[in-house]
Write a protein that binds this ligand. Structure first.
Ligand code: HEM
Length: 181
């Protein structure tokens, strides 16, 4: 997983829980990388899960909740780092529909070693989007946070329900998004 994801995560931890907390979880995690992430480097995604699990133990907040909040934060950072992906894209559904065939395609060109999930979208009604997440990694909670962050970015009120389709290892999930008016 790309270093940008790790460095953004640790910055958020510092912001919300303080520098010592970030330092403590890195120390305790005893990571192969030593926790010194560079934006362009690539690291084992298990390191992120180890850091989140330790943070969850220390704060009493569930891993899922922490990863979701991180996803919401990350969307804002993606907007700052890659504004081009938002240009000419006017609604949340439209934006989410570009991730598979545009955004992650460009990410893969920039970082050939990136490990990305797959999304497929259907629109059963104009105000309803079904977005199916499939990955080898259990980061559907991150997708949930990124979806919520996208709705916030577009100032839209969207109810999101997550339906696990993978016997609970969270590698295949259908998100039902219902735009409220
Ligand atoms: C401008 C917007 C976006 C950019 C630039 C972006 C870029 C990236 C990058 C760099 C990674 C890390 C790949 C790796 O570490 O190997 C990633 C992973 C991921 N992205 Fe995106 N992304 C964007 C939007 C989204 C949105 C809106 C969603 C959700 C619908 C999403 C879902 C995910 C998930 C869940 C992962 C984790 C890997 C996995 O689950 O297998 N991304 N993305």
């Amino acid at each position: 997983m790309k270093g940008i994801v790790f460095s953004e995560f640790l910055e958020l931890v510092e912001d919300k829980f303080g520098f010592e907390m970030a330092d403590d979880i890195i120390d305790e995690a005893d990571l192969p990388s030593g926790g010194a992430y560079t934006t362009v480097g690539t690291y084992d995604h298990h390191e992120l899960l180890t850091l989140v699990t330790l943070l969850s133990q220390k704060t009493g907040i569930s891993v899922e909740a922490l990863v979701q909040v991180f996803g919401e934060h990350l969307l804002g950072r993606f907007y700052e780092a890659y504004p081009v992906f938002f240009e000419g894209v006017n609604t949340c559904f439209e934006f989410l529909d570009t991730i598979e065939n545009r955004v992650h395609v460009e990410v893969k060109k920039l970082y050939p070693e990136a490990e990305l999930p797959t999304f497929s979208a259907t629109f059963p009604q104009p105000n309803v989007m079904h977005l199916t997440y499939t990955s080898k990694r259990p980061f559907s909670a991150l997708a949930y946070g990124l979806i919520k962050g996208s709705a916030t970015h577009y100032g839209e009120n969207i109810a999101v329900t997550m339906i696990d389709q993978s016997a609970e290892n969270l590698t295949k999930v259908v998100f039902e998004l219902v735009k409220q008016d």
